[in-house]
Design a protein around this ligand. Structure first.
Ligand SMILES: *Cc1c(COP(=O)(O)O)cnc(C)c1O
Length: 409
């Protein structure tokens, strides 16, 4: 192991020029640009022309699901998925606190109460044991989040849901292309919700999709995003209306987004293979040389999607080193890592009134959330020599932790 002097002690940084994910992501190529130009001149830009339905079915198929319903983002997809089952005022929806705003706001938009349940220490996903003890006679649904680069325990979650008659809406915003045994993640619960926001593993600036195997729910979801029209119905020519009381919106996106995503879909599996090689390399090497902890992936995961590759600095040897200090030391090496999230109920934008949500004790989230540094997935696609340098930079800092502690003091 080479543990040369780190940049925070005055050495040359590992990367002379910092690598920034925003220069690597989203991916751009000439053939997609040509297709976009064709689409532009075709004037067939709307969500009900052929481009979007073609993407919807290809995306659904890759995730072993029958239907895909494209929408404007991965927040309204969660909201519509809950609404499709009539979830609303007076209902409770179980969510993890280590997630993005959308997961808990989706039930709130419908007048339901998000109920925070703690995560597992190893996967960082919601803890099935704690789900069961949080169920009340008002609980209607669970939203497991397959967070960063792992997967919630879908086998146990589905058993619990079945036993208590609950719906499962999988928040798959981080895990495009994942397989749980031979099932696409997102197709195991009742509805899977994905985001295509700029930073996600498939990106079209904004966008989202619901996938489902339930024909009737697919019909509801489509009507909800297209002011009540059914799939294939032309505007002004409805053959049937939406079910009474179903609140329908205009959440339609454009064919441009669908086209970009359809091109990205063609290389998704190859990209995830590369990511996997990178993660295997980094985790194997750093497990031998450091005390950094990594996310566990359940054995049922046959292919893993990644939004972030995360390192967890919760070994006692990292005690009393603030994350900000570590972040600065990595940044001095030209390696930009980011912090993830505080528990959502403490997020500055989370402004729900105290009676609008409920929080069960979340000791694991509380202790772990502030000890995570993350690398954007796009960096996992870089060549092996760069990955080696990333590992060098991490080792350099972590093997000089006592010096770092002294510098920080
Ligand atoms: C990004 C994200 C969403 C949806 O976000 P949009 O920006 O609305 O597409 C939902 N859940 C999680 C966990 C996310 O990271």
């Amino acid at each position: 192991m080479t543990t040369s002097k780190p940049a925070f002690l005055g050495a040359q940084p590992v990367f002379e020029r910092a690598i920034e994910w925003t220069t690597l992501w989203p991916p751009v190529d000439d053939s997609t640009a040509d297709r976009l130009k064709e689409l532009y001149f075709s004037r067939r830009w709307s969500s009900f022309d052929e481009t979007e339905p073609a993407f919807d079915s290809a995306f659904a198929r890759l995730h072993t699901s029958r239907h895909g319903v494209f929408m404007v983002n991965g927040t309204v997809t969660l909201e519509c998925a809950l609404a499709a089952y009539g979830i609303g005022a007076g209902d409770e929806v179980i969510v993890p606190p280590l997630t993005w705003y959308a997961t808990a706001m989706a039930p709130h938009y419908l007048g339901a109460r998000p109920v925070f349940v703690d995560i597992q220490r190893d996967t960082l996903c919601i803890d099935p044991v704690k789900i069961e003890s949080a169920i009340t006679d008002r609980t209607r649904a669970i939203i497991p989040v397959h967070v960063f680069g792992s997967a919630a325990d879908m086998d146990r979650i589905m058993l619990i849901a079945k036993k208590h008659g609950l719906k499962v809406i999988e928040d798959c915003a981080h895990v495009h292309g994942s397989l749980w045994n031979d099932q696409g993640i997102g197709s195991i619960g009742d509805v899977g919700s994905f985001s295509f926001q700029q930073s996600k593993t498939m990106a079209s600036g904004e966008g989202g999709i619901c996938i489902t195997n339930d024909d009737e729910i697919a019909d509801r979801l489509y009507r909800m995003k297209h002011i009540g029209y059914g799939a294939g119905e032309r505007q002004g020519k409805a053959q049937s209306g939406p079910p009474t009381g179903l609140v329908c919106h205009n959440y339609r996106a454009t064919a441009f987004q669908a086209l970009i995503l359809h091109e990205q879909l063609k290389t998704l599996e190859d990209r995830l293979d590369r990511y996997r090689t990178a993660v295997d390399y980094l985790e194997k090497r750093l497990t031998q040389t450091t005390k950094i902890r990594f996310q566990r992936r359940p054995h049922q995961v046959k292919r893993q999607g990644y939004y972030l590759w995360v390192m967890i600095f919760d070994d006692p040897s990292f005690a009393d080193i603030p994350l900000a200090t570590l972040e600065k030391a990595f940044s001095a090496e030209g390696l930009q890592l980011s912090r993830t999230w505080d528990p959502l109920y403490r997020f500055i934008l989370f402004n729900l009134k105290p009676d609008a949500f409920h929080t069960h004790p979340c000791a694991v989230t509380e202790s772990v959330a502030s000890r995570i540094l993350a690398l954007h997935h796009s960096l996992l696609g870089l060549e092996m020599p760069v990955l080696e340098k990333i590992a060098d930079a991490i080792e350099r800092v972590v093997t000089h932790i006592d010096e770092l502690r002294r510098v920080a003091a």
